[in-house]
Design a protein around this ligand. Structure first.
Ligand code: VGL
Ligand code: ZN
Length: 247
C-alpha cells in the first residue's frame, strides 16, 4: 500500500506492562503479568517496532499513547463500594462538555451520549508505576510524541482523541492538524477498547484510518467484543492491513 508518509502518523496504542503477559525485564528481573493482561498482548510489539523504524526514516510521525490513571480512578472496581470487576456503572455526561463539543465540532454526526456505561476494571496503569510503563521491548527511540489519557479521576478515556464522554478532546487532533496529517496507522492494545475507540474517533474526524491486523490484540470482555469491534471498525470505513504490506 502506497502512502504519503509526510502526511501519515503511526499510533502505538497502550503498549504498557499492565496490558501484557509476564516477561523477563531488561534488568533481568521477572515482571509479573499485568493486571489487565491481554492474551498475546506482547506479540504486537515486534511488528510495531519494525514499522516504527521503517516509517520514521520515511518521515512518518510515530506517536504512542499511555493509559495513565490516578490511584483512585473511577474506572477501577476498587474505587467503588460493593462493586466487582466487570460491573457496569452509569455516569452522567456534563452538559457543559456536550455544549462545548457541539460548538467546536458542529459537523460531527455521531451523537454524544448523555450517560456513559462505564465498565469497572482491575486497578491498572496507575501513574508512575511499573504497570503504566511501556513494555521493555517497545523501541521508544522511534517515538516522536507520547499522549497520556485517563488522567482525570472522574472520567475514563479509551480513545486517544476524546475521553469517554465522547466530547472532551485530548491534544491529539490539534497536534495532527498542525502537521497536516490526514492518514493514521493504528495498532496496539486493546482491540476492543482503546484501539477500537481511537479508530472510531479517527474515522469520525475524517482521517483515512488503517488498522494493523497483525499488531492488535484484545481483552474480549465481554466475550465476543473483539469480533464485534473489528466488524464495527470495518463497517465504519477502517481498512485492515498487515504491517508487512505498508511500504
Ligand atoms: C484499556 C481497559 C481499560 C485499553 C484501558 O488500553 O484498551 N482497556 N483501560
Ligand atoms: Zn484504563
Amino acid at each position: 500500500m502506497q502512502l504519503d508518509f509526510s502526511k501519515t502518523a503511526l499510533i502505538e496504542v497502550d503498549i504498557q506492562n499492565d496490558f501484557c503477559p509476564a516477561y523477563t525485564g531488561k534488568d533481568g528481573k521477572e515482571r509479573p503479568a499485568g493486571s489487565l493482561s491481554v492474551i498475546h498482548g506482547d506479540a504486537v510489539i515486534a511488528p510495531l517496532n519494525e514499522l516504527a523504524e521503517t516509517l520514521s526514516k520515511k518521515g512518518c510521525k510515530v506517536l504512542a499513547s499511555q493509559d495513565w490513571h490516578p490511584a483512585n480512578h473511577i474506572s477501577f472496581a476498587a474505587s467503588h463500594k460493593e462493586r466487582k470487576i466487570g460491573d457496569i456503572i452509569l455516569l452522567q455526561v456534563s452538559e457543559k462538555a456536550i455544549a462545548s463539543f457541539y460548538e467546536k465540532y458542529p459537523d460531527l454526526k455521531n451523537p454524544v451520549p448523555a450517560v456513559i456505561q462505564q465498565i469497572l476494571w482491575p486497578v491498572h496503569c496507575v501513574q508512575n508505576t511499573k504497570g503504566a510503563a511501556f513494555h521493555d521491548s517497545l523501541k521508544t527511540e522511534y517515538i516522536d510524541f507520547v499522549f497520556r489519557k485517563g488522567f482525570r479521576k472522574n472520567i475514563d478515556s479509551y480513545s486517544t482523541f476524546f475521553e469517554n464522554d465522547r466530547c472532551t478532546p485530548t491534544d491529539l487532533h490539534g497536534y495532527l492538524k498542525k502537521l497536516s496529517v490526514d492518514t493514521l496507522i493504528i495498532g496496539g492494545l486493546a482491540t476492543d477498547y482503546c484501539v477500537f475507540y481511537s479508530v472510531m474517533d479517527s474515522l469520525r474526524l475524517g482521517y483515512k484510518t488503517l488498522v494493523l491486523s497483525d499488531a492488535v490484540a484484545g481483552v474480549d470482555l465481554p466475550i465476543g467484543s473483539v469480533n464485534n469491534a473489528i466488524k464495527t471498525m470495518k463497517d465504519a470505513g477502517a481498512v485492515f492491513v498487515s504491517s508487512k504490506d505498508i511500504k
